[in-house]
Write a protein that binds this ligand. Structure first.
Ligand SMILES: [Zn+2]
Length: 280
């Protein structure tokens, strides 16, 4: 066993122990060339609820040579106790990449399980009902070599799903509370706005009646003051205009009286003259 192989596999196993892959269990045997694993069947498939046990066989050239994979409990997708043909196993050395590792191989295996076997080496095509029956049965499997116990693993899965459900519900509840809070705060802001527009308090002072408006911002008060000044200017302008009109009417009235008097005087003089001529 080369030191390079040991370093690589040890590093991968440490990483898997530190960050376990959800739905998988790994159990290396004393000989690091054989790694046992159990994986959960994919959700929403005929394998859902099933747990499948197998082993990876690593050659001394790993990671420059792909591993072999064997399934060890009946699953309906692959034969058991014989190497299976996949693009990630030694059947296809040309498609293997040294950057792949135990974790990526197991994730790929779980995914490939959903594909049809298409007559590949080690593949079988059992009906869906049979695969579902085997999925149920697989929960009772226990490997005598590595001691992985599927009853324990399934209990852990149920516990994990309960926790996930609880988290989802808590998250939903928190979101609902946030929405309710935002709605309440929104209504509060609206109420304050309405109140600030409605509440007007009149107080007396030595200068007369002073109007004080509560709840308004400084900016609003400034705008209001400007408006008040504007209103006063308009009122002042209106008064001045009324005075002008009145003066014009009075002037016109006096002028008409003068014209009338002058006209009356002219008529009278003419009549007097006519009378004088008549007498002559
Ligand atoms: Zn085992």
């Amino acid at each position: 066993m080369s030191s390079k192989f040991i370093r690589r596999v040890t590093s991968e196993l440490k990483d898997l122990a530190k960050k376990p892959q959800v739905g998988f269990k790994i159990a290396p045997l004393s000989d690091m060339h054989e790694i046992h694993f159990s994986m959960e069947g994919a959700d929403d498939s005929v394998y859902s609820g099933g747990i499948y046990h197998g082993r990876l066989i690593l050659s001394s050239d790993y990671p420059f040579h792909p591993p072999d994979i064997e399934l060890l409990n009946p699953n309906g997708r692959w034969e058991i106790n014989r190497p299976i043909c996949l693009s990630i196993t030694s059947f296809h050395k040309e498609s293997w990449a040294a950057s792949w590792n135990i974790r990526s191989v197991l994730i790929a295996l779980q995914s490939v399980m959903l594909d049809p076997g298409l007559g590949a080496v080690g593949a079988i095509e059992l009906p869906s009902d049979e695969r579902k029956r085997l999925a149920l049965k697989s929960r009772c499997y226990k490997c005598l070599a590595c001691k992985i116990d599927h009853k324990e693993m399934y209990s852990e899965k149920e516990e994990r799903e309960r926790e996930e459900k609880k988290k989802r519900e808590e998250e939903e509840k928190r979101k609902e509370e946030m929405k309710e809070k935002e709605k309440t705060e929104g209504d509060g802001i609206l109420d304050d706005k309405i109140d600030s527009e409605k509440v007007v308090v009149h107080t007396s002072s030595s200068d007369g009646v002073k109007q004080e408006e509560k709840g308004e911002t400084k900016k609003k008060r400034k705008i209001k003051k400007k408006r008040q000044i504007g209103d006063k200017m308009v009122q002042s302008f209106d008064k001045e205009r009324d005075h002008k009109r009145l003066r014009t009417i009075l002037t016109l009235f006096v002028f008409i009286i003068i014209i009338g008097v002058a006209f009356g005087y002219g008529v009278k003089v003419r009549i007097d003259n006519s009378s004088s001529f008549g007498e002559i």
